[in-house]
Design a protein around this ligand. Structure first.
Ligand code: BTN
Length: 273
């Protein structure tokens, strides 16, 4: 990360205002605010291991070792964006843990929608995209105790006020931000407040009604339905048509021979035709 990013002055998140504005029952009752951390997910995991309660939130102004999916890093300069992790203790079987990612993607997309007029898209399983560029990502990490989930760390990174000039080469051209989309800076505190509220609502819906209650909204943000995609997995790639997701959050793909495949982990790359 360049010095330019590190030394830049910025207005910190207004923690007191966020706490005052949160009328949630579970999420955000306790917020751990850190000017800098290696990774909010790592920090939250330590808290969870030490017995932190469901809904505790870790938010940082910057991360020195922000983690993305598939062993990638998450660019996390200070003061521009949002890096947060929520400790959840869902009453779900481990098999259904991916539903937490899907539920969060809905909450994220609904939050983005109330800040910019450009409609966000969900790219299975965990990317929030706009105009083909990545706006936000979700990294959920679970810990199981025998046959139940003991906790899930829900990590969310949102490019809020990232300008193209400040983006490192590695993500310029593939990443976007709310500021780029809307043409003006977005109040990060207002965004985090709305995000936590929406997460609480969607999490409650998931617990009380099941994922099928959220599935239609998820599908509304999934614009690759019926489109040709390449799904890159660890050892192989499959070409086919994206059909949607099933109740466990797996991607349903009709492969080139017309067989329906169920994919639990991988990266979807849209094809031109
Ligand atoms: C991805 O799309 O690859 C997932 C990115 C997740 C990034 C967030 S930032 C807050 C939290 N802490 C981390 O180290 N990672 C997640």
């Amino acid at each position: 990360m360049g010095q330019e990013l590190r030394d830049r002055d910025y207005a910190p998140l207004r923690l007191e205002e966020i706490q005052r504005g949160l009328v949630t029952e579970r999420l955000g009752k306790k917020i751990h605010y850190l000017p800098e951390v290696d990774s909010t997910n790592l920090y939250a995991r330590k808290l969870a291991e030490e017995g932190a309660l469901e809904g505790e939130v870790v938010v940082a102004e910057s991360q020195t070792g922000g983690k993305g999916r598939l062993g990638r890093s998450w660019v996390s300069p200070p003061g521009l964006n949002l890096y947060l992790s929520v400790i959840l203790r869902p009453k779900l079987p481990p098999l259904h843990a991916p539903q937490i990612t899907l539920m969060s993607a809905v909450a994220m997309a609904e939050t983005v929608q109330s800040f910019v007029s450009f409609p966000p898209e969900i790219k299975w399983p965990n990317d929030i995209m706009a105009k083909g560029e990545k706006l936000a990502g979700i990294l959920t990490e679970s810990s199981c105790d025998r046959d139940r989930l003991s906790y899930v760390i829900l990590g969310i990174g949102v490019n809020v006020n990232f300008s193209r000039e400040l983006m490192p080469e590695s993500i310029r051209g593939i990443a976007t931000s709310l500021m780029i989309l809307g043409g003006k800076a977005v109040d990060r505190s207002a965004f985090v407040l709305q995000l936590i509220r929406n997460l609480e609502r969607c999490y409650g819906e998931l617990e009380e009604e099941g994922f099928s209650f959220l599935a239609e909204r998820w599908a509304g943000f999934f614009r690759l339905k019926g489109k040709r995609v390449r799904v890159q997995m660890l050892e192989q790639a499959i070409l086919g048509k994206a059909m949607g997701i099933d109740i466990d959050g797996a991607l349903i793909l009709e492969d080139e021979r017309g067989f329906v495949q169920r994919i639990v982990a991988g990266e979807v790359i849209p094809m031109e035709s």
